[in-house]
Design a binder for this molecule. Structure first.
Ligand code: WTA
Length: 636
């Protein structure tokens, strides 16, 4: 019996039980039957949760690009691997076959080697959603360099912090990027970032916008001529199962971004398996995930998951609103998309526009539609189901995280009966538990708690780059022996899970995880600011918006508040990126604090929401008069 594909609900339960009772046999068989290895593993899994140590397929040798590309060539060489849909619909889409992908990735791999990149070196990729991005990622994996893709919406100082944290040797970027009607000066941002990045020796620059850019002698090189001159075949580096494949930064509760490290074999097996099942992927499908490759969703389900399955995947450069709000629907129709995977924030923003935009398109090619990134509210779920899926496509509400590598709790299309706003059941291999405040596991159904996972799965991140202590502390200390997700969840009467949202200091704005601490750090850099606190408040489209409380240094008359607010937002844009700007800023004289000096964010959140009714336990509140004052002056 093969465990790779689940055909029906009965089989799901069978596979699930097997994966729990005999995880080694279950994953061992999947790994053996569906991938090519240079050398088999000693142990399927080896772990110590208390020490946050997890290894899968120990001592096995593999290269993920052999599995993404080479092994498909004999059967699927002329099949389209990647469809590139440009920002501007009048520009032609590009179809890249597996043969062509092999050639370009090989060329790029050869370029990287010629430019001095070696196995284990870190390469920062700061590119728009163009084919070079996919090719750079895969070329790094081919030669065993560790890719660190930084979302091209991050500011120079955010880029610099990420480059320095992992000491990237090289940056791959482009002259500029298109996003809707904007052109973004990526090379300029990189130049600024690199003023403070001593580790970077080389910058490869792809051409996209053909804008004038400065090329620094001895450091910057145009990519195109190098590619033209490079050989179009390449030997893949033999990687150990646990060699790092990539680093991807995510927000945390301190200002320093966390470089989540994913390793090779476990990530490969897990993304391939989850992609195949959740989306019920078949040979002739055209899969489109609207995320950016700068986020984990793009890594796992634009690139690795689809390519590992020999699928066709779409890379879309643009935005849902350009040239108008029918762009997504037009693309689905144009490329006959079969699976469409997007985020609740995109769904909500399109749902508020006229139905005319979508009704022009029959969307008959669609089979499965999916959601990821934040809880999907009931209204958005129904709009998605009614208007995009035409009530005939299963909606897969997929819960997972940068740290989990792949989808964890989700319906399996055509297998799991869906329920609006519920991520439903854990995938095979995943053992979720809900924990109460006393750190006890909550048994039974119809319960609410902190979501933990009590057994390792192949896709789990192995560490935080250069900071295993922080990894252990963040994920394995709140509930000893278990992986803590930072999310709250409820389990309904049949055991379905619904994710209720973050229970830590991370706010999800338009699908982007934003730690409140780094934003506060940015605000506090402003010379007029003494202290600040950020909270998330519900927002119709963005899911959450950011509301900031700011204490100024000067007492007495405050300067022009409007200008100051603008300046503060500019500080945030410069330090992190425009995505982290605050919707509202309230200047206050103090912040509610506990006797031990901790800000009581719970109260600030309530006030920002305009709910003054129930602040919960305030017995440790040091300064109730401040709360009164803040309530009086709240910005509506
Ligand atoms: C949230 C994105 C509810 C959650 C793959 C998680 C979700 C965080 C869902 C991770 C979902 C993701 N329902 N919440 N279907 N999917 N989340 O690291 O809070 O960017 O912890 O990974 O997004 O975000 P990240």
């Amino acid at each position: 019996m093969s465990y790779y594909k689940i055909e029906n609900l009965e089989q799901y339960f069978k596979h699930y039980n097997k994966s729990i009772r005999e995880p080694r046999k279950f994953w061992g068989k999947i790994a053996e039957e569906n991938f090519t290895w240079y050398q088999q593993w000693e142990k399927v899994v080896d772990f110590n949760m208390a020490e946050a140590e997890v290894k899968w397929f120990t001592d096995a040798k593999v290269n993920i690009t052999k599995n993404c590309i080479d092994r498909h060539l004999s059967k699927r060489g002329e099949k389209t691997a990647i469809i590139f849909e440009p920002n501007d619909p009048s520009e032609d889409a590009l179809h890249i076959t597996y043969n062509e992908l092999y050639e370009t990735v090989s060329k790029m791999a050869n370029v990287l080697r010629e430019q001095g990149v070696r196995k284990g070196d870190r390469v920062c990729i700061y590119l728009p959603m163009i084919p070079e991005l996919a090719v750079s990622v895969l070329a790094c994996a081919r030669i065993g360099a560790i890719h660190s893709v930084v979302f091209a919406g991050f500011s120079a100082s955010a880029v610099s912090a990420r480059i320095n944290d992992c000491e990237s040797k090289m940056v791959i970027t482009s002259d500029g990027g298109y996003r809707g009607n904007k052109t973004i000066d990526l090379k300029g941002i990189v130049d600024e970032a690199l003023e403070t990045c001593p580790s970077v020796e080389r910058v490869l620059v792809a051409k996209r916008t053909k804008t004038d850019v400065k090329m620094k002698e001895g450091r910057d090189i145009w990519l195109e001529p190098l590619l033209e001159a490079a050989l179009d075949n390449s030997v893949a580096e033999i990687m150990d199962a646990e060699d790092p494949l990539f680093i991807l930064y995510t927000s945390g509760s301190t200002g320093k971004p966390k470089g989540m490290v994913h390793t090779t074999a476990g990530y490969m097996v897990y993304t391939a398996y989850t992609f195949k099942n959740v989306f019920s992927h078949e040979e002739n499908d055209i899969f489109w995930c609207t995320a950016d490759i700068g986020w984990i969703t793009g890594h796992s389900y634009i690139l690795y998951g689809p390519l590992l399955n020999g699928g066709t995947t779409v890379i879309f450069e643009g935005v849902p609103s350009y040239p108008d709000f029918s762009r997504f629907w037009e693309i689905i129709e144009k490329h006959k998309i079969t699976q469409f995977y997007t985020a609740p924030t995109a769904i909500r923003s399109l749902a508020k526009e006229s139905l005319d935009y979508i009704q022009k398109y029959p969307l008959k090619s669609l089979k499965v539609i999916g959601s990821v990134g934040e809880p999907i509210n009931e209204e958005a779920w129904h709009w998605f189901n009614d208007h995009v899926g035409d009530k005939r496509c299963p909606v897969v509400d997929t819960w997972w995280q940068t740290e989990t590598g792949g989808i964890m709790i989700s319906p399996i299309a055509f297998v799991t009966p869906t329920k609006p706003t519920y991520a439903t059941l854990p995938l095979p291999g995943i053992q979720p538990v809900l924990m109460d405040e006393k750190r006890n596991e909550i048994e039974g159904n119809q319960v609410v708690g902190s979501l933990c996972i009590k057994f390792p799965w192949p896709g789990i991140a192995r560490t935080i780059w250069n900071n295993h202590e922080r990894y252990k502390e963040t994920y394995f200390s709140s509930f000893p022996g278990k992986y803590f997700t930072g999310d709250g969840a409820l389990r309904d009467e049949v055991g379905y899970y619904r994710i209720t949202g973050r229970v830590d200091d991370v706010v999800i704005v338009s699908g982007h995880n934003l730690g409140t601490a780094p934003i506060e750090d940015a605000i506090n850099e402003h010379p007029a600011v003494a202290e600040s606190a950020i909270v998330g408040v519900p927002h119709d489209i963005k899911g959450n918006a950011l509301y900031g409380y700011v204490i100024l240094k000067e007492t007495g008359e405050v300067r022009n508040k409007e200008n100051l607010s603008k300046e503060i937002n500019q500080y945030i844009a410069d330090h992190i990126g425009p995505i982290a700007k605050l919707d509202k800023i309230q200047f206050v004289s103090g912040l509610p604090k506990t006797r031990s000096g901790k800000i009581m964010r719970r109260i600030l959140r309530k006030i920002a929401e305009g709910d003054f009714s129930n602040f919960g336990d305030t017995s440790t509140l040091l300064n109730p008069e401040v709360v009164e004052q803040i309530m009086k002056e709240r910005i509506s």
